[in-house]
Design a protein. Sequence first.
Length: 33
Amino acid sequence: MPTKDSKNDANFLLVTTVITYSSDIKEAYSSFV
């Protein structure tokens, strides 16, 4: 069972990845259009 801290770290990593991925998509879309 993960501790509360490691669970928060996993959530933070997930959110950071999604934000980075989203901005990459926007940049790629902008240069494509």
